[in-house]
Design a protein around this ligand. Structure first.
Ligand code: NAD
Ligand code: ZN
Ligand code: ZN
Length: 366
């Protein structure tokens, strides 16, 4: 039986962004029902709204969320009703070669990126019984979800839901980019271009790893001030500075250059920021058909590397509880990542916050 209808934020390829009433069916085998308590608004939701990532079907948006388990289907062993969970938007299949090798972030069997549950279905129906599809297998901008067990990661009950929500995407991606993808060592230097929710999490991860210096670049002075609080030793205005020239002149090139925007034009400038042997880390996600060009002689001659970074090369069930514990121990200042908290009915304004770079991360509460 579907649950009662409740409001959801839906992107419809014919009608655009809007509010719709949705119901979710009961959890089947291997599935978990979630009562969503907080959901962050990430640029990966905006990529759908802007058409960077085209969709042919209506999607319930939202993929950075935390909540409480309300029911479980048969065979579910890792969570039970009442558990607090952070949702993973890349629910691994746990069976493919990459999962078996311990590389869940590279899973080839997940259906999350097809915006369905693992069996290709959706749990959501609209007011007229029409299907609505879960963005990244979640669709967290509504109250009630049904997700695969591997998408529900148990966290301590004392973790605030807003922090849990951000652990679902920006924090795990940004800190993971540093500690998992790049494996930055104490004393190595780094630049982070783009300091939204994801880039600020990269800055935090760099401080945690002991990187120095840490150069943050953004167009927003407000965001750069936050970056300083999170550990940036230098901040640069991206509009008025040749960042590569600055890095070469002041630091002899950096060991790591992180891009957390998704701009092909910015990505193309990363290798010139590096010292020999350095690595460019592509954390931002561009439009699906974006391409870029690099000086190939420089890359080969200087042994520079380009690293892709899906979900901070993280294993959700290992890394999300680990980051939650670091926060609870006072080692990660995650409270400062939360900007406004708005009700779900203000989703359009929340997207405006993101577009205008107002505050840091806006949280929606269903
Ligand atoms: N790799 C992953 O698994 C993963 C996970 C989550 C998000 N993402 C992607 O990361 C990117 C960032 O997400 P977000 O939610 O932090 O976005 P955001 O919009 O909150 O932040 C982007 C920041 O980039 C800044 N910026 C824009 N153009 C710039 C320029 N030319 N120079 C310097 N700064 C500039 C903006 O001022 C803003 O602060 C998006 O592309 C998102 O899709 C990737
Ligand atoms: Zn995200
Ligand atoms: Zn897999």
């Amino acid at each position: 039986m579907p649950s009662q209808l409740s409001p959801a934020v839906v992107y419809d390829p014919t009608g655009g962004l809007g509010s719709r009433e949705v119901a979710a069916r009961a959890p089947g085998p291997g599935e978990v029902e979630i009562d969503v308590r907080a959901a962050g608004v990430c640029h990966s939701d905006l990529h759908i709204v802007t058409g960077d990532w085209p969709t042919d079907r209506p999607l319930v948006l939202g993929h950075e969320a935390a909540g409480v388990v309300t029911a479980t289907g048969s065979g579910v062993a890792s969570v039970r009703p009442g558990d607090h969970v952070v949702l993973s938007w890349f629910a691994p299949c746990r069976r493919c070669r990459k999962c078996v090798a311990g590389q869940a972030w590279l899973c080839t069997g997940t259906q999350a990126v097809a915006n369905t549950l693992p069996d290709g279905t959706t749990p959501f129906t609209g007011a007229d019984g029409e299907p609505l599809w879960p963005y990244l297998g979640l669709g967290a901008f509504t109250r009630r979800l049904v997700v695969p067990e591997s998408a529900a990661v148990k966290v301590p009950a004392e973790l605030p839901f807003g922090i849990g929500a951000l652990l679902g995407c920006s924090i795990t991606t940004g800190v993971g980019a540093v500690v998992n993808t790049a494996q930055v060592r104490p004393g190595e230097s780094a630049v982070v271009v783009g300091t939204g929710g994801v880039g600020l999490s990269v800055v935090m991860g760099l401080r945690l790893a002991g990187a120095d210096p840490i150069v943050a670049v953004d167009l927003s002075a407000e965001r750069l001030a936050v970056a300083r609080r999170f550990g940036a030793t230098h901040t640069l205005d991206g509009a008025g500075t040749d960042v590569a020239a600055w890095c070469q002149e002041h630091l002899g090139g950096v060991d790591y250059a992180f891009e957390a925007i998704g701009s092909p034009r910015v990505v193309e400038t990363l290798p010139a920021m590096l010292t020999s042997g350095g690595a460019a880390v592509l954390v931002g996600m561009a439009a699906t058909d974006a391409t870029g060009s690099f000086n190939l002689f420089d890359l080969a001659d200087q042994g520079k590397r380009i690293l892709g970074c899906n979900y901070g090369s993280s294993i959700g069930e290992r890394d999300i509880p680990r980051l939650a514990r670091l926060y609870l121990a006072g080692r990660l200042p995650l409270d400062d990542l939360i900007g406004r908290t708005r009700p779900l009915s203000e989703a359009a304004a929340a997207f405006d916050d993101l577009r205008s770079h107002t505050g840091v991360r806006t949280i929606l509460e269903p």
